[in-house]
Design a protein around this ligand. Structure first.
Ligand SMILES: Nc1nc2c(ncn2[C@@H]2O[C@H](COP(=O)(O)OP(=O)(O)OP(=O)(O)O)[C@@H](O)[C@H]2O)c(=O)[nH]1
Length: 171
C-alpha cells in the first residue's frame, strides 16, 4: 500500500499511569497478540494500522506514551496533534483511577480543544481483583463528557476502543 492510499488519517494518543496496559492494548489492536513480559515504555512508541470503516480506508497513527512521570515533558508534546486520546486506567488499581483528574488537566493544557477523549478501564480479565466499580467509572466519564469502555488486552477484543474512536471521527 502506498503512503497516500487512505481516505482519512487519524492520530491517536494513549495516555495514563504506568502499568495500566497501554502498550498491551496497542499490541493487541495492531498485532493481535498479548506480549509476554512487556517492559515499560521509554518516551513514546509509534505504530500504524489501516482499517476500513464504512468503505473508507482509515490510516491510524497510534502513539503509545510512557506513563512514568519522568517522561511527562516528552509525552506532552504529542497531545497537540492528536485527533483522539485514549485515557487508560487499570480497574484493579484504585491509584490509576484517582490520577484521572490529573490526566484531564494535562489534556486541557496540552491537547487541541476538538480532541475526542475516551476513558478505558483495562484488565477486566482480573475481575476478582477489581478495585474500581464499573458504575463509578461510568459516572466519572459522564461527568467529564467522555465515552467509557472496559477492555482486556489479555483476553478480549480490544480493537473496540480504537476503532470506536475512528467511527466517531468519521460521523
Ligand atoms: N491481566 C492483564 N494484564 C495486563 C493487561 N494489559 C496489560 N497487562 C499487564 O500489565 C503490565 C503493564 O502493561 P503495559 O502495556 O506495559 O503498561 P503501560 O501502560 O504501557 O505501561 P508504561 O509503558 O510504563 O506506561 C504488563 O505486565 C502486562 O502484561 C490485561 O488486560 N490483563
Amino acid at each position: 500500500m502506498s503512503m497516500e492510499d487512505y481516505d482519512y488519517l487519524f492520530k491517536i494518543v494513549l495516555i495514563g499511569n504506568a502499568g495500566v496496559g497501554k502498550t498491551c492494548l496497542v499490541r493487541r489492536f495492531t498485532q493481535g497478540l498479548f506480549p509476554p513480559g512487556q517492559g515499560a515504555t521509554i518516551g513514546v512508541d509509534f505504530m500504524i494500522k489501516t482499517v476500513e470503516i464504512k468503505g473508507e480506508k482509515v490510516k491510524l497513527q497510534i502513539w503509545d506514551t510512557a506513563g512514568q512521570e519522568r517522561f511527562r515533558s516528552i509525552t506532552q508534546s504529542y497531545y497537540r496533534s492528536a485527533n483522539a486520546l485514549i485515557l487508560t486506567y487499570d480497574i484493579t488499581c484504585e491509584d490509576s483511577f484517582r490520577c484521572l483528574p490529573e490526566w484531564l488537566r494535562e489534556i486541557e493544557q496540552y491537547a487541541n480543544t476538538t480532541v475526542v477523549t475516551i476513558l478505558v478501564g483495562n484488565k477486566i480479565d482480573l475481575s476478582e481483583k477489581r478495585e474500581v466499580l464499573r458504575q463509578r467509572a461510568e459516572d466519572f466519564a459522564e461527568s467529564q463528557s467522555m465515552l467509557y469502555l472496559e477492555t482486556s488486552a489479555k483476553e478480549s477484543d480490544n480493537g473496540k476502543a480504537i476503532s470506536y474512536l475512528t467511527c466517531c471521527n468519521i460521523n
